[in-house]
Design a protein around this ligand. Structure first.
Ligand code: NIG
Ligand code: FE
Length: 415
């Protein structure tokens, strides 16, 4: 059996306790000075101060990492991405820089529609090949679990192929993937005015088969003005719940439609984006089990105002942070960028940011029992920073300072 001790960590961030953490509890990251973690096979078997722990174990029986002058924390979880797609939209980015806007490009048949064309022309093998490269990059940044959505097929074959690609990648790559079916992601020109018909098609012809084949754990929808309405979202998500899937929703991103309130009503595991969430919606969210997943890199790339993360935390919400990596609104999977934006533009403390990328993100992918904290019995998904404190994460703004990544008890990056 493989055994590992990580000792002398100047800061060991355990994130232990409740998952998810709401409001003030997000600041509680269970810091242990001069900390030590013991790993056997793929699990954490002991955690504490180095002096106490080393009295109980014989170092000679273990591989030992000396984390002197380094901070140790749970692997990051990127709980909202659109990881698998064909083609790119660099041209659109340049149009936006000249003043065009995201929704108007979409209404002209660009945007998601253009990625759908490219994705339909991409084979399973090509998805896997490019998917591997994307997973390699996020693993470098300390991401040990990632959520990935379909939603660029909008037909049966391609939606299934995107999900199968994630299933395959899950088997061959050390990053764990949590698959989400996002069939109602956009209205193609041929379905304009027939959105209800499209929703029925997605439910009857795609969703139920995805559930039967066990290809997704979550269902998601783009609930937005000129995309899918509150009623259409309610119908689709209710059907998904009946089919046994957990729920997510792209809510109140561009226009305040009430997607936040709908998320609470339906018991969604997370409500994502929330740039325009109402005061009432935030209040409801804070009293619910639904995670508020904020995606600051999307606001950054679209030059929009950031979601009101500070207000949400002060109101008692459980906030998660994620990249929203996708070929259109946010072509970046940079965790260091997310940390910088949350710290500098959303006024979140580094403790809150870490909670949002670990325990709360674990809850957002329904994995609270197994990942998101350094606690006995959890998976040994652990990262070690190049510097002695988590304060270096926002301070060394946008730079990756993850030195070592341990996934399932194995060192997969660094030494
Ligand atoms: O989360 N808002 C909708 N969907 C994605 C963007 C997808 C795209 O532009 O390709 C998002 O931002
Ligand atoms: Fe998204």
């Amino acid at each position: 059996m493989k055994r590992l001790i990580i000792k002398n960590a100047s800061e060991l961030i355990t994130c232990k306790g409740k998952s998810p953490k709401h409001g003030k509890d997000m600041s509680d990251i269970g810091l242990i000075k001069n900390g030590c973690v013991v790993v056997e096979a793929d699990k954490i078997v002991d955690v504490g101060a180095t002096d106490d722990i080393l009295k109980k174990y014989d170092e000679y029986d273990y591989a030992v990492i000396d984390a002197k002058d380094k901070a140790v924390l749970p692997g990051f979880i990127d709980s909202h991405t659109h990881l698998i797609f064909g083609g790119y939209r660099a041209d659109e980015f340049s149009w936006r820089m000249r003043g065009d806007n995201y929704m108007s490009i979409m209404e002209r048949g660009g945007g998601i529609t253009s990625t759908v064309r490219a994705t339909r022309n991409t084979s399973l093998e090509e998805f896997v090949e490019v998917g591997k490269k994307r997973l390699d990059k996020i693993l470098d940044m300390g991401v040990t679990t990632v959520e990935g959505k379909s939603g660029y097929g909008l037909d049966y074959e391609t939606e299934i192929r995107q999900l199968e690609a994630m299933q395959k990648l899950n088997e061959i790559h050390s990053v764990d993937i949590v698959p989400t079916f996002l069939g109602p992601h956009s209205v193609l020109p041929e379905y304009k005015g027939r959105e209800d018909f499209f929703i029925d098609f997605m439910i009857n012809e795609v969703l139920n088969k995805v559930a039967e084949k066990n290809l997704a754990e979550f269902a998601d929808i783009f609930c937005e003005k000129n995309v899918f309405s509150i009623e259409q979202s309610r119908k689709f998500l209710t059907a998904a719940k009946h089919a046994g899937l957990k729920l997510k929703i792209h809510a109140d991103e561009m226009v305040q439609l009430g997607g936040t309130e709908l998320a609470v009503e339906l018991g969604c595991v997370s409500a994502d984006h929330l740039l325009q969430a109402s005061d009432e919606g935030i209040k409801k969210l804070s009293a619910s089990n639904t995670i508020a997943t904020l995606l600051p890199a999307t606001a950054f790339c679209l030059k929009e105002e950031y979601a009101r993360g500070r207000h949400m935390i002060d109101s008692g919400c459980a906030v998660a942070l994620a990249t929203d990596f996708n070929p259109g609104s946010c072509f970046t999977n940079s965790i260091p960028l997310i940390i910088a934006l949350a710290a500098l533009h959303m006024n979140m403390s580094i403790e809150e940011i870490i909670t949002a990328l670990t325990v709360n993100a674990a809850a957002a992918v329904n994995r609270s029992d197994t990942i998101g904290s350094i606690e006995i019995g959890k998976k040994a998904d652990i990262i070690i920073l190049e510097y002695p404190s988590i304060n270096f994460l926002p301070y060394h703004a946008t730079v990756n300072i993850v030195e070592t990544v341990i996934k399932n008890g194995q060192i997969v990056r660094g030494k």
